[in-house]
Ligand binder design. Sequence first.
Ligand code: ATR
Length: 279
Amino acid sequence: MSPAVDQYGVFGHPVAHSLSPFIHGVFARDTGQQMTYRAYDVAPEEFTERVAGFFADGGRGLNITLPHKIVAVEVVQELTARAAHAAAVNTLALQGDNVLLGDNTDGGGLVRDLCDNLGLIITQRRVLILGAGGATRGVLAPLLGLEPAIVVIANRTPERAEALAAAFADLGVTQGVGFEYVGETPFDLIINATSASLSGDIPPIPAGAIGPQTVCYDLAYGRSAMAFVRWAQQSGCVRAVQGLGMLVEQAAESFRLWRGVRPQTAPVLAALKARIGSV
Ligand code: ATR
């Protein structure tokens, strides 16, 4: 028998500092949805079993965060096209016919933040993505959907950038390079999708890649984004932004998938900026 209140949550490891319970709690309150949302610390070796257990106990949907996003592809019966492109799942939703659907709302969340919250125009603009790991793969399809003039993927290990550029070439103009081959023509948007900030490193791109019109955006937020955001500010870009907006927007996309209603994101984004920092 299903519990009276629909249950949702996030599986991660570690997960204690996840902001998702706060975000979805506000969404549920603001939209009048009867639901709970909890964070579950799930070790990699128990992931598959815990997912099965959660839904067997009447759970309706899960967010999936690090380190489980890739293996989550294996536990679903259906994948959305964007999750298939990302080769990663950040949202599980139990469909009416008991089919478990895997979606990836990360790229959609980024695009919403860039276009709706920050008011950027990406179409026909030059975009540089730093990094060629899972975070980059997760956002490439929705980003290319905006039809930028080019997306250059630059990575410490150039072969990974080249492979990603080739894998997404059918969706738009892509190029994969090492950092030193990024060029001196300024980009309109530079997205940091590396985990370099965690060790205080900044990808060594040519100074000319940043101009007075360049917007710099870190997919991470808080302490993890600090090194890149500070470096970008000092490099003379027009704006340096951390990924809090993406976090809130990807959550809103998941919430809409689960509940059929899209919550307002501005109030919760303002609350998080006050808590974490306003860039
Ligand atoms: P994620 O899923 O967060 O993208 P990942 O798949 O491990 O994690 O990818 C991490 C990315 O950050 C990679 O592009 C990695 O570069 P390599 O492919 O060369 O390993 C990049 N990265 C990590 N530490 C870095 C550093 N100190 N300087 C530059 N790039 C770094």
